[in-house]
Design a protein. Structure first.
Length: 237
């Protein structure tokens, strides 16, 4: 009962009135950013209705196993330990990939994205599948965000950096290839984000995209149910 109550409390329904325009300060100097501490606190204590919603415009169709496509093997990324592996090699279990950058000051975009990953950790533990999934967070500004900046940004928003979490920086040479392959909704001025929207990518245990979500509007419980579905697929193999 305690576990179910905790899951209910942390599962926020994101209001449809969230800002859909580009981050208001995408062009601010690199040192200026929201510390996000209020989001971590709000996410832990807020309680909203979990009534069903029509998410057809907020997520892609579910991609069936036979129709999924593997990631290219050439895209590499480095974790906080400095280990360099391809993104495909890092996804060995059902996974969630979220992209963000620390300069973003729109609280309903990058800060909210990372806070949601912390909420997902808690709910997935309660559902008993946390040890069977991976959570990946990758910066959209690999030439600006340092490993320390990425770690602090995640910690300040309630993410527990453990064995199931990977905080990543893609190779600057290969990053454009990743943006193209995943159709990430972002544009750049030189090496800095100019405008972006927010997307969450769900991968199966073989590194293939199963669904994408528009994170600004996503009900976290829908993401959890998709991960439960992907874990069931992996167990059946």
């Amino acid at each position: 009962m305690v576990c179910e109550l905790r899951a209910f409390v942390v599962c926020l329904v994101i209001a449809a009135q969230c800002f859909m325009s580009g981050c208001s300060s995408d062009s601010v100097p690199p040192q200026a950013h929201d510390d996000g501490s209020s989001h971590a606190a709000d996410g832990a204590k807020s309680c909203c209705s979990t009534a069903s919603r029509d998410l057809s415009r907020l997520s892609s169709e579910w991609i069936h196993q036979v129709d999924r496509v593997e990631l290219k093997r050439s895209i590499t990324c480095r974790d906080l330990n400095g280990d360099l592996l391809t993104l495909a090699d890092r996804i060995t279990a059902p996974s969630v990939l979220a992209l963000f950058y620390t300069r973003c000051e729109n609280p309903n975009k990058c800060s909210r994205t990372v806070s949601l990953m912390g909420e997902l950790q808690q709910v997935l533990r309660c559902r008993g599948i946390y040890d069977e999934i991976s959570l990946l967070l990758m910066t959209l500004e690999p030439e600006i965000d340092t490993p320390e900046m990425i770690r602090d940004y995640a910690l300040n928003r309630g993410v527990v950096v453990d064995a199931r979490v990977q905080l990543l920086t893609a190779s600057t040479q290969e990053f454009p290839e990743l943006i193209e392959e995943l159709s990430v909704p972002v544009s750049y001025t030189e090496n800095a984000v100019a405008v972006h929207d927010v997307v969450l990518y769900l991968f199966d245990g073989e590194g293939r995209v199963a669904r994408t979500y528009s994170l600004v509007f996503t009900d976290p419980t829908s993401v959890v149910e998709d991960l439960v579905r992907l874990v069931a697929e992996s167990r059946a193999i």
